[in-house]
Design a protein around this ligand. Structure first.
Ligand code: ADP
Ligand code: MG
Length: 770
């Protein structure tokens, strides 16, 4: 009985201890532990952390520093005069510390005198009287801060501080090395700096992070050992530890490499999954008919540039394969992508397959229709235009031959377009009479059914989703095959970045411009020369030219988040509100039409207009009824108004260089010399420098690279919100890592690496949810 009793007692004690352990976060912490259970997290801090999307220990661990300060070298006080202006750490004993009031501002000043074996240093804090309750004379303390000097000698103002023997803040397995008595969190080491919202201090985050370090060992490394060994990369948990509290610069570098690789690898894995699934399907095989293609190329009124030839060749090779092509054709505005597309289409037709071009807008579809009709004017090809609006335009070569004198040379200027009903149009597609169909995405909907679709070309819509691919296959006339796919874009995306962004696509780039183009003359116009510029515009209009005026969206910026300094991340986003696109455009329109050019015909375009109104305005601009078109950035990508010779951009500092370049590409599309005028009210050096670069080069890729560096991919390519490219560490400049991630991904057998497939699926879910 006694024995029983005592056993009972001891089990009670045991139970008690267990409960305590469970309750005590210090001993029991999982990755899912709510942040509120950490030491010293009250309601306020909890809420503030939530603003940073930190709710659990895992969130916290994934919240990386945005820069570091290297306080790892302790400087003897006597050497400080040579370090003026630099960030340093000293270690010394407080000899004296006192609060006093400043004579004028009645603020509390805390002053301390600190000494080491080599000298004395004065330290000053403003408005922080509590420090006197933390630091006492006799304490050994590390101070990290900037060295300054005044008439009393060397000093530091508001440095970071940490008592030398304070091991409380010390995370396990870091800091205290064998034989190393120094152990600090905030000073005397490479100190992490986090980007914060108001109400949180660096010290607080670091303190929480030291607690969270206990859970790091629970983080599973998602990279299989074979991959890790092969590419010699740090273990995940170690990398997380080191990214927060690196022991050395070397270790930090390894941690960054590992974590950057993760970010890049997941994108490449996803791309590879898509790629492999596409490659598994069968495509119509398009044989290369050398003679016929050569004849077609020879019939063009110009010689292809080398880049065009290479791109066409890459495409022809792809078309010959059994697996569907999945390629992106990149080329600056005016670089001549359409003719490359035409060669690909022609190759299809020669093999008795249909081809399709899809454009994002009706106007662009119509333009492609006209261009291709011209390109194929001499060959026996039937082309149709299919858009939302009811008019179905149809070009019937045979019809024309019948109507016109057969001997008369066909000239593209002869009106050869016929309207036909939707019903007969659909029939012509279905029975294969029509060889090339050009249209908007209306082609993907409704009753369109192709005969033998061999090639789908999508213009200015970089990605063709899985869903769209499926739809097109269902409409292709042969469910057993998947048509070849070519995407075209005028957005200059540097190659390494394109590999990250569109890893599933193969890439062809046209960099060369056709010979004989006159580069657009670009000028940043001084405000006092504004009238001169208007005068010049009037001259141009008198000569029959037309003018674009682009005004910026005025937006107020919301919270900035996640800005990274030295490591170059750009997950900054802003929440635009109170944008009034309409207001901006209408104000400019009023000004120009009433005060500046009352005698000219001025039109406007903004996003709030109905599509039909937009189309009719564009129509009037295209046919020359409107002289000057005022708009925001909605000026359609790719719209071709060869007669427009001036692009005038207001508030130029508000646009990225890549976007400015897109605007500039709207002019200079004919033999007329064209001009781009930039206006800005900003006088900052940075703006001037950027715009000067824009003035000095017409190389879209160069501008895009500069832009990427300054503003980051999210803003440059407009997917800041999508979550896809919200890298914390990696940038497009990590070319070696991008390539490595791609190479590793390409060799993955997803049937063997199920966990990697799952990881991608989970990641996609998260990204889509964001
Ligand atoms: P983009 O790449 O912007 O779509 P386009 O295909 O519309 O460019 O071509 C722009 C213009 O350049 C068209 O008028 C086209 O006929 C012409 N062009 C294309 N290739 C050449 C070339 N190799 N030499 C001269 N002119 C060309
Ligand atoms: Mg084009």
């Amino acid at each position: 009985m006694r024995i029983l009793q005592s056993r009972f007692d001891s089990s009670r004690v045991h139970q008690y201890l267990l409960i305590k352990e469970v309750l005590c976060y210090n001993n029991f912490m999982s990755l899912n532990t709510p942040i509120s259970q950490l030491n010293r997290v009250g309601k306020v801090l909890e809420r503030n952390l939530k603003h940073l999307q930190i709710e659990t220990v895992e969130d916290l661990l994934n919240y990386f520093p945005f820069r570091y300060e290297d306080y790892s070298e302790i400087v003897p006080i006597q050497d400080l005069p040579q370090k003026e202006g630099q960030q340093v750490t000293v270690r010394g004993k407080i000899e004296l510390i006192a609060n006093k009031r400043s004579p004028r501002k009645r603020k509390v000043i805390t002053e301390a005198v600190v000494a080491d074996d080599t000298g004395q240093l004065r330290i000053i804090w403003f408005g922080q009287p509590f420090i006197k309750k933390i630091l006492y004379a006799g304490d050994e303390v590390f101070f990290s801060g900037k060295v300054k000097s005044d008439m009393f000698g060397i000093n530091m103002v508001s440095p970071g501080y940490e008592k030398a023997r304070n091991t409380l803040l010390n995370p396990p397995s870091m800091g205290e090395e064998k034989g190393d008595v120094i152990s600090t969190t905030h000073t005397a080491r490479i100190v992490p700096m986090y980007s914060l919202t108001s109400g949180i201090t660096h010290k607080q985050i670091r303190f929480l992070m030291t607690q969270a370090m206990k859970a790091v060992s629970q983080m599973k490394d998602w990279l299989p050992n074979e991959i890790r060994d092969r590419i010699d990369i740090m273990e995940f948990g170690d990398a997380i530890k080191a990214i927060h509290f690196p022991k050395s610069k070397e270790e930090l570098k390894h941690a960054e490499r590992r974590l950057k690789f993760d970010e890049l690898f997941i994108l490449q894995l996803r791309a590879e999954l898509i790629r492999q699934s596409i490659k598994q399907s069968k495509a119509p095989q398009i044989r290369f008919d050398k003679k016929a293609i050569k004849e077609f190329v020879d019939s063009l009124p110009f010689k292809l540039t080398d880049d065009q030839k290479i791109a066409a060749w890459e495409i022809i090779k792809d078309l010959e394969r059994e697996a569907p092509m999945n390629r992106l054709l990149e080329g600056d505005v005016g670089s001549g992508k359409t003719v490359v597309a035409a060669i690909a289409l022609y190759s299809c037709i020669l093999n008795n397959y249909q081809g399709v071009i899809m454009a994002p807008t009706e106007i662009l579809a119509k333009q492609h229709f006209e261009t291709l009709s011209e390109a194929f004017a001499l060959s026996d090809v039937k082309i149709g235009l299919f858009t939302r609006s009811k008019k179905m335009i149809y070009r019937d070569k045979i019809e024309i031959n019948r109507d016109n004198n057969l001997n008369e040379e066909l000239s593209p200027s002869i009106s050869t377009y016929l309207d036909i009903s939707k019903k007969s149009f659909l029939k012509e597609i279905d029975n294969g009479e029509l060889q090339i169909v050009i249209g908007t995405h209306a082609l993907l909907t409704g009753d369109v059914k192709f005969k033998d679709l061999g090639l789908v070309i999508v213009d200015e819509q970089h990605r063709f989703g899985v869903e769209q691919r499926k739809t097109i296959r269902e409409k292709s006339g042969d469910m057993k095959t998947t048509p070849h796919f070519l995407s075209m874009t005028a957005t200059p995306i540097p190659r390494s970045f394109a590999l990250t962004l569109y890893g599933d696509l193969d890439l062809s780039i046209i960099k060369q411009m056709p010979k004989g183009r006159k580069p657009v003359q670009t000028r940043l116009v001084d405000p006092h020369n504004r009238d001169k510029a208007y005068g010049f515009i009037r001259e141009q209009v008198k000569e029959g030219r037309q003018v674009f005026v682009v005004c910026p969206l005025i937006e107020e910026r919301g919270i900035r988040k996640g800005e990274r300094g030295q490591l170059g991340n750009h997950s900054t986003f802003h929440i635009p509100h109170s944008i009034s696109e309409k207001k901006t455009v209408m104000q400019e329109y009023e000004k120009l039409s009433k005060n500046i050019f009352p005698d000219l015909k001025i039109g406007y375009l903004h996003g709030k207009m109905k599509d039909t109104d937009k189309d009719s305005t564009m129509e009037q601009f295209t046919n020359g009824t409107i002289d000057i078109l005022v708009s925001t950035s909605v000026v359609e990508v790719g719209v071709d108004i060869p007669n427009a010779s001036v692009m005038m951009i207001e508030g130029a500092e508000r646009f990225g260089l890549a976007q400015l370049h897109q605007f500039r590409g709207r002019v200079g599309r004919s033999s007329h010399q064209s001009y781009c005028f930039l206006f800005t009210d900003s006088n900052t050096e940075k703006v001037k420098e950027r715009l000067a670069l824009f003035e000095s080069t017409t190389d879209g890729f160069k501008l895009a690279e500069h832009d990427l560096e300054i503003r980051g991919p999210g803003e440059v390519y407009g997917f800041a919100q999508s979550g896809m490219m919200n890298f914390k560490l990696a940038t497009y400049k990590d070319q070696d890592l991008i390539k490595l991630a791609r190479d590793v991904a390409r060799e993955i057998d997803f049937n063997k690496c199920k966990s990697l497939r799952e990881k991608v699926e989970k990641w996609e879910e998260r990204v889509h949810l964001e």
